[in-house]
Design a binder for this molecule. Structure first.
Ligand SMILES: Cc1ncc(COP(=O)(O)O)c(C=O)c1O
Length: 399
């Protein structure tokens, strides 16, 4: 896939037939301004230097790659390694793009950052970026997720953000995006909508990918330093797809297998899962074209996962393109398997993973057995402190 990153997306923001910018006319100019500003700063050495310095001194990058020896031995087969994004400041990969988005807002002279959040990790990361850059911050969050992820709600408020509860529909991530878009429509002169994944209208899928690429670039070098070779497989959980594309984008030219892990929730029935790439078909949501879980009227279908950051009916357009190109395979893990991995990672490695990341660990455990030998590198996208109340109430402390 030579020159892939330079040529994808095209100028209109398409990855093959996916992506683009399907937005109301009044947003065309603001989005064109964001694209132009991003093109300027991403080619500016002072911007790149500032971001590098933030990554090192504020975020604590590089995060380590860790050999999960006890889990590997317990499973038998391939050796499993974690890229420790749980150790990135604020506890997940989300800060990687939020600090970039904050710098972009500063460059554009915007006063306020607006976004949605599911698990609360993007909200916390954006509130952190707003505090760092001295900006206002408004986070839209479904009421169901507010109840489920209450530590992150407190963190956002402590960091100075306004949390707007979203009370319509399923009261989860999709409705939070609807609500944040509406707020942005009313205030686009003053503010910037900082989307929380590689989704939304152009340029966000490309911009968020570029900011997340640091994960893959670091991990590739660290893995080679540790083992003298490339991993045989890399994998990551996929909600919108930002932690996955961050890792995968550094391995596209290598002969390394890649797996995106989707949530199968409570089962294959519509409404019981959020396995977009597996069960979705082409459609438009939130201003971009992608695989989409749809109801009989072609509207985004209700979705579910125990992991609030994974229950979104669409997926980033680049994932859709790479699936069709057969470069990435998409697989599923249900709630029970994710919970099992959550407890095993906690007990055996001393790492409490985010429920989202536990989906990646669960698939790595399956794959390691199948592979029998070789190595797997997964993105441990975040830590699970936010999930503790929900897990203990619903699943206890494991066996
Ligand atoms: C820890 C963690 N991992 C993964 C995700 C899923 O998002 P994405 O697919 O964009 O990486 C989230 C979303 O909130 C998250 O908090």
């Amino acid at each position: 896939m030579k020159n892939y990153l330079k040529s994808m997306p095209n100028e209109e923001g398409f990855f093959g037939k996916y992506g683009g910018a399907f937005i109301p006319p009044q947003l065309e100019k603001p989005f064109a301004e964001i694209t132009e500003a991003y093109n300027i700063i991403s080619n500016s050495s002072s911007f790149i230097d500032e971001l590098r310095s933030i990554r090192k001194h504020f975020q604590g990058r590089p995060t380590p790659v860790y050999y999960a020896e006890r889990i590997s031995k317990m499973v038998g087969g391939a050796q499993i390694y974690f890229k420790r994004e749980d150790l990135n400041h604020t506890g997940a990969h989300k800060l990687n793009h939020c600090m970039g988005e904050g710098l972009l807002a500063k460059f554009m002279g915007k006063k306020k950052l607006i976004a949605e959040t599911g698990a609360g990790q993007h909200g916390v990361a954006l509130a952190t970026a707003a505090a760092f850059f001295g900006l206002e911050c408004e986070i839209h969050m479904g009421e169901v997720d507010i109840a489920k992820e209450s530590p992150n709600v407190s963190r956002m408020k402590l960091l100075g953000a306004t949390v707007v509860p979203v009370t319509h529909g399923l009261k989860t991530l999709k409705e939070a995006v609807d609500s944040a878009f509406e707020a942005y429509l009313k205030d686009y002169e003053n503010s910037i909508y900082c989307i929380g994944s590689v989704v939304g209208p152009h340029p966000f899928p490309a911009l968020v990918r570029d900011f997340q690429r640091v994960v893959g670039v670091e991990a590739r070098e660290q893995f080679i330093d540790m083992t003298g070779e490339l991993p045989d497989a890399v994998l990551a959980c996929v909600g919108g797809g930002s932690n996955a594309i961050g890792l995968f984008s550094a391995f596209l030219d290598d002969s390394v297998k890649m797996y995106g892990v989707e949530p199968l929730g409570r089962g294959t029935e519509p409404g019981e899962h959020s396995a977009t790439m597996t069960y979705g078909k082409e459609g438009i949501i939130h201003g971009f074209k992608c695989y989409l879980l749809q109801d009989e009227n072609g509207e985004p279908a209700p979705v579910y996962s125990c992991a609030s950051g994974l229950d979104y009916p669409g997926t980033g357009p680049e994932h859709c393109y790479l699936k069709d190109e057969k470069r990435i395979e998409y697989v599923v893990i249900n709630d029970k398997e994710a919970m099992d991995a959550f407890f095993k990672t906690s007990r055996n490695e001393g790492i409490i993973p985010a429920l989202e990341s536990a989906h990646a660990v669960a698939y790595a455990m399956k794959l390691a057995k199948e592979m029998k030998s070789g190595s797997i590198l997964l993105n441990l996208s975040g830590r699970g402190d936010k999930d503790l109340d929900y897990v203990i109430e619903n699943w206890g402390y494991g066996e």
